[in-house]
Design a protein around this ligand. Structure first.
Ligand SMILES: Nc1ncnc2c1ncn2[C@@H]1O[C@H](COP(=O)(O)OP(=O)(O)OP(=O)(O)O)[C@@H](O)[C@H]1O
Ligand SMILES: [Mg+2]
Length: 605
């Protein structure tokens, strides 16, 4: 649905904006709680300096009732604040989790490890968890510290000076904690990602580890990474633990010092007896937020990092304009001077590739391993962005389509077929919440997989298990083909679709390609085995990142044959057959009869 992305992102920004508003409210509530927290001190003062002096029971009772009332209020506000914080955490989670998950889904495609991607998803958990902890309480209480300092100062300036000195010392401890943990927290996060990446890759290679008996070594590798992670964790915890203990002891020491100083001042007649305890309580309360902040420093730092990353993500997603909805493409695929680099490394893999295909044609892409065929498939389907040049469907650049719109017009069978942990039906229908059973069966029939599916225990409703492992390699490839064909997309890109197919499967593949051509679609088939090229009209040769040949199949595969005029509706940009074909690499020649390539760059002109 066009515009959905924008709405989600706008909502996220609004959620963040609302949280800013709520922060002000929380700050005010914290102010009220702080003010009410002076109850104990006032009560002491009144007991000692009024009730005891006057010896009046009614006065004592009145003061006590008042104090109880204030305590109840303080408790109520505390409950409100705690519930509000938890709800803010939940609201942030609800709004940001889908956006963060989008990033999680996007990152592996761009070359990040799965564990690095999942860490982004965990950021939202970290933020939500933080709002449920004591961290925010410390942060919101901190600005109200002067309230208590002023109170103590009014009791006696010397007491005030001692409390302020203590607060200053504790603040320095907090800053030191921050400075000393900052470096480690970055390193700890990197170590977490590394450790999880190894765990993830070991789990995915379970079969290989078992068969060749190197699970033990894989575990040892994990243990090494875990050790580094633990070491960093220990170091960070040591720092926060030490500073936390120092701060706690300082606070206790300070409390006693205040008590002692107040007693001294009382003996000298400068202070009332009630003020001794009142000062002690108020100064303790003044220090509490700093102490709490130091104790929760690890959480605060983690939440701050997570918040920064999530905000960056939201801002990036928000700055992407949602393209206008375009009509379904019907006429052509144009690849114009396309250069593609690997997103993770920036290394150029494919350079200056140009060709054009009209509706109703199938193009076979051949070439040696590592030449860049799969990279072309990724560029054509928008999986990888292009560095230069343009890929156009009916003259509109791929970037002019929203992912969802473009996806509906594109079918893609990747080289390593992976299916979702969902049912057969959901996999073929691309998780469409309201799939058309007829369209699913049609796609399955086109991929010659319908009979196999209905023989499964629960037919189309059979769950495939994690990574779609509950079926064979060939079955997986056919299901992947059915998914690519679902909804009759205009452009169907198949990367080695016949790698695991039996002759029957290959015949079905040829029929499927013919079917797409007949309904006016375009098929791009990447293949090593010639059987998949049967239904192709055009052939492109990709070697070392360049399109070194492109033209009608007969000319490319059998260049000695006299050049035949290309079909009227075939590729407009197809060059004439190369005059003096160069021999292709041995590997390819073995697989393709009389394969040949044009001079580098020639086809691209
Ligand atoms: N994710 C990636 N990051 C960096 N480089 C990559 C990535 N994927 C592929 N490459 C590099 O790009 C080059 C072309 O890879 P590509 O997968 O396009 O080859 P191919 O022609 O499909 O080969 P094959 O026939 O073996 O499938 C290779 O040298 C490969 O090392
Ligand atoms: Mg490939």
């Amino acid at each position: 649905m066009a515009g959905r992305g924008n709405r989600t992102n706008g909502a996220a920004a609004r959620a963040l904006g609302r949280i800013r508003g709520l922060s002000v409210f929380l700050l005010l509530i914290s102010g009220v709680i702080s003010l009410l927290a002076l109850t104990g001190s006032f009560y002491m003062l009144q007991i000692y300096d009024r009730a005891l002096v006057s010896g009046s029971i009614p006065t004592l009772a009145a003061i006590s009732v008042l104090a109880i009332g204030l305590y109840v209020f303080q408790g109520l506000f505390d409950i409100i604040r705690a519930q509000l914080l938890v709800r803010i955490g939940a609201r942030i989670d609800r709004r940001l989790a889908p956006i963060a998950h989008r990033v999680v889904v996007d990152m592996p495609r761009l070359g990040y490890s799965t564990s690095e991607a999942l860490e982004r998803g965990r950021d939202v958990d970290t933020i939500r968890g933080f709002f449920g902890s004591q961290g925010p309480v410390a942060i919101f209480d901190l600005p109200w510290m002067p309230l208590f300092l002023i109170f103590v100062y009014i009791l006696h300036p010397t007491l005030g000076a001692l409390t302020i000195g203590g607060a200053f010392f504790l603040a320095i401890l907090a800053v030191l904690t921050e400075l000393r943990t900052r470096r480690w927290s970055q390193a700890t996060l990197a170590a977490t990602v590394e450790r999880n990446a190894i765990a993830d890759s070991n789990a995915r290679n379970a079969e290989v580890l078992k068969a060749m008996g190197f699970a033990g070594r894989a575990v040892a590798r994990f243990a090494g990474a875990n050790e580094r992670h633990l070491e960093l964790q220990t170091r960070t915890s040591d720092i926060t633990g030490t500073y936390g203990a120092v701060s706690r002891v300082t606070r206790m020491l300070l409390q006693s010092a205040i008590l002692g100083l107040a007693a001294y001042l009382t003996i000298r007649g400068e202070l009332s007896a009630g003020a001794i305890i009142a000062a002690s309580i108020a100064s303790a309360r003044a220090m509490a937020p700093i102490d709490l902040a130091i104790g929760n420093w690890k959480n605060i730092v983690a939440a701050r990092g997570a918040w920064r990353r999530v905000r960056e993500t939201v801002e990036v997603l928000e700055n992407q304009p949602e393209p206008m909805r375009l009509p379904a493409p019907v006429a052509s695929l144009k690849v114009e001077g396309v250069t593609v680099a690997a997103p993770a490394t920036g290394r150029v893999i494919l350079s200056d590739v140009s060709f054009e295909v009209r509706a109703g044609n199938a193009v076979g892409i051949i070439g040696p391993s590592g030449g860049g065929k799969s990279t072309l498939a990724r560029a054509l389907t928008g999986v990888w962005p292009v560095l230069r040049g343009a890929i156009r469907l009916d003259d509109a650049d791929l970037s002019q389509w929203s992912d969802e719109d473009r996806g509906a017009h594109v079918g893609y069978l990747p080289q390593d077929v992976a299916l979702l942990d969902a049912t057969v039906e959901e996999n073929i229908a691309r998780l469409d919440p309201r799939p058309s059973p007829a369209a699913i069966v049609e796609a399955a029939r086109a991929a010659a997989v319908h009979e196999m599916i209905v023989r499964l225990p629960e037919g189309y409703r059979t769950p495939l298990g994690p990574m779609g492992t509950a079926i064979s390699g060939g079955q997986r490839q056919r299901l992947g083909l059915a998914r690519a064909l679902y909804g009759k997309p205009f452009l169907v890109v198949l990367d080695e679709p016949n790698a695991n197919l039996d002759p029957e499967g290959e015949a079905a593949l040829t029929a499927a390609i013919e079917g797409v051509k007949a309904r006016g679609g375009i098929v791009i088939v990447i293949a090593h085995r010639p059987s998949a090229l049967q239904a192709c009209d055009l052939i492109g040769v990709i070697q070392r990142g360049r399109l070194t040949g492109f033209g009608p199949k007969e000319q490319i595969l059998n260049p000695k044959a006299p050049a035949q005029p290309a079909p009227a509706d075939a590729a407009a940009g197809a060059p004439a057959a190369p005059a003096a074909p160069e021999p292709v690499r041995a590997r390819q020649a073995r697989k393709l009869p009389a394969a040949a390539s044009a001079r580098p760059g020639r086809a691209a002109r």
